[in-house]
Design a protein around this ligand. Structure first.
Ligand SMILES: [Zn+2]
Length: 339
């Protein structure tokens, strides 16, 4: 162990004691896409003793430009990302324990998944899942590290329940469906992934080695194309935050989930946002044209993405044809409509 981690042990912020703590820690990476695989690889190399990896998607060719852990073979075999990630990590560091779970993270499993973890790393691609992680982590007092990247822009912050602001303190409302850019409509370049993941992993290492005095305590924002590096200092949790102040964890209750998803027919799923909204079809169509074929009239917008067809209504309700898998439909909705 001394040789393998020698350069990290030499680093005075970690040392032998810090290394022992890392080896005795358990981290969970939720979402094994670009951010999540970068986080998982760094944590594995650093010797975090137990890693739990969760993702519901399969590797696709269009992932390879930025999801640096995956290979052409993973895409060809359409490997589940959590499994492919665990397999590669096994080759990188066979001395740590890796658990992979192919699952859609939702209110039915999030509390179980974070149980026993010392830190949660956000590798997800949508706000719905992040609010769910936030509620579960604040409720169970588990530290978590928010991170997001789209285009050339990225953002991260570290949440220590009841000590720092939570995600809802900083962003009280989910962005309205269809308004936020996503990687599938606006693209993304790899360097911003590396930066956000590196910032998240640095915070994880500080937390796991109990160097909490070195945490950045900020909402950090980066734009590698516009050359912006900004850090906004965060204070105490908000007194108006329902999660922090009143212990209301609305996303953990099934009836208040972000989406009502129902099977409709043999090969279609309907997704409806919980919050009423009016979509701007013109701007949504503009974004989606970069990703596939779009047809739009005043009543509905129809978008074809590979084997799937999304029919979107003005209230942001959507019927996704080509699958009867609710988790997959939620994932397509998050990718293309964005919420
Ligand atoms: Zn809060």
């Amino acid at each position: 162990m001394i040789e393998r981690y020698s350069r990290q042990i030499l680093f005075e912020g970690i040392g032998e004691e810090g290394q022992r703590r890392l080896l005795a820690s358990r981290a969970i990476v939720i979402g094994c896409g670009a951010l999540g695989t970068a986080q998982a690889e760094a944590l594995a190399r650093a010797g975090v003793g137990k890693l739990r990896l969760v993702d519901r998607d399969f590797v696709e060719e269009s992932n390879l430009q930025r999801q640096t852990m995956f290979t052409e073979r993973d895409a060809l075999e359409r490997m589940p990302k959590a499994i492919a990630c665990a397999r590669h990590i096994g080759e990188i560091n066979s001395q740590i324990k890796v658990e992979a779970e192919v699952a859609d993270v939702n209110q039915s499993n999030v509390e179980r998944l974070i149980q026993g973890c010392d830190v949660v790393l956000d590798g997800t691609d949508n706000f719905g899942t992040r609010y769910l992680i936030n509620d579960a982590c604040v409720k169970h007092d588990v530290n978590w590290i928010y991170g997001a990247a789209v285009g050339s822009y990225g953002v991260t912050m570290t949440i220590l329940p009841h000590r720092t602001p939570c995600l809802r303190c900083v962003f009280p409302e989910t962005p309205q469906a269809g308004t936020a850019p996503t990687c599938d409509t606006s693209g993304v370049i790899m360097p911003i992934i590396s930066i956000v993941a590196a910032a998240q992993v640095s915070e994880a290492l500080k937390l796991l080695t109990e160097s909490t005095g070195n945490l950045h305590g900020s909402l950090m924002q980066f734009d590698v194309w516009q050359n912006v590096w900004r850090s906004i200092k965060l204070g105490a949790p908000s007194e108006d935050c329902p999660t922090c102040s009143r212990g209301e964890y609305e996303t953990l209750h099934a009836e208040a989930g972000d989406f009502a998803a129902v099977l409709c027919g043999r090969d279609a799923v309907q997704i409806a946002p919980a919050r009423a909204t009016r979509l701007d079809f013109e701007s949504l169509a503009g974004k989606l044209r970069a990703a596939g074929e779009v047809k739009v009239n005043q009543y509905l917008l129809r978008f074809r993405a590979g084997d799937y067809e999304l029919t979107v209504f003005p209230d942001a309700r959507s019927i996704i044809r080509g699958t009867s898998d609710v988790g997959l439909a939620r994932s397509l909705y998050a990718k293309f409509i964005g919420a």
